[in-house]
Write a protein that binds this ligand. Structure first.
Ligand SMILES: *[C@@H]1O[C@H](CO)[C@@H](O)[C@H](O)[C@H]1NC(C)=O
Ligand SMILES: *[C@@H]1O[C@H](CO)[C@@H](O)[C@H](O)[C@H]1NC(C)=O
Length: 221
């Protein structure tokens, strides 16, 4: 029993030495990204492989199936015109995705293939990309409301939130919250600094009336 345990420890040890020795690896710069719908992201990695190999192809994948060579997401017509690969086929690779959609939320892994038999490798854990829109959420009572510029994931790199009242900037803050005395029927929307064009849909808030947003302004019910 003790011998068998020792044996498997040895196997595991040899295996890790082998991996270390031959040096197949993929290292991702970031392992998780939360980005705005409509924006652009770059996923980057660096990779190593045994000397003597020559990299013949590199790509990114999101789906893995046992026993099947994974598909290059660049081949998916859904992604036509939105993906760019930048790599030097030696050390590093960047996947740029533009005009992000919620359906791009996935774990992206980098794969590379070399000119030698069994010269195929992909790197775990990959980069987990979450794509979110902005939405104004309302909490509190009629006279005491707080608006929250909410997202479905926590935006990477501490964003500054911008609030618009009837289309004019009224606040810029690192907090996602906004409170006001909602006396009139004003429309509110929020954005993240640097991505002002990707603002949230407008909502109408009034301390006095029930209102709705239509076209470009608020109306009373
Ligand atoms: C605002 O929304 C975020 C989600 O984007 C949530 O995590 C947070 O708790 C909300 N804040 C308040 C005060 O409701
Ligand atoms: C914003 O527009 C509404 C009409 O949608 C109007 O009633 C309100 O007075 C405007 N508020 C400001 C601050 O201009």
């Amino acid at each position: 029993m003790a011998l068998r345990t020792a044996g498997s420890v040895l196997v595991v040890f040899l295996w890790s030495v082998t991996v270390g020795q031959y040096g197949w690896s993929v290292t991702y710069t970031t392992q998780s990204i939360c980005a705005l719908k409509g924006s652009t992201v770059k996923l980057t990695c660096s990779y190593t492989y045994p000397s003597g190999h020559k990299v013949t192809s590199t790509f990114w994948l999101t789906k893995m199936e046992a026993g099947v060579e994974p598909e290059d997401i660049g081949q998916d017509p859904e992604n036509a015109g939105r993906l760019e690969y930048h790599g030097d086929k030696k050390k590093g690779d960047t996947l740029k995705i533009t005009d992000l959609r919620e359906s791009d939320s996935a774990t992206y892994k980098f794969r590379f293939i070399t000119d030698q038999t069994a010269g195929r490798y992909y790197g775990d854990p990959g980069v987990t990309l979450s794509v979110t829109g902005l939405q104004v959420k309302v909490t509190g009572g009629l006279q005491d409301k707080t608006l929250n510029c909410s997202t479905t994931c926590t935006l990477t790199d501490n964003p500054t939130y911008i609030w618009y009242k009837n289309g004019t900037i009224v606040k810029e803050d690192t907090s996602s919250l906004y409170s006001d005395y909602f006396s009139d029927a004003d429309s509110y929307s929020c954005a993240v600094k640097g991505h002002e064009d990707l603002h949230s849909p407008a909502v109408c808030e009034s301390g006095l009336f029930y209102t709705y947003f239509y076209g470009i302004q608020c109306f009373r019910l």
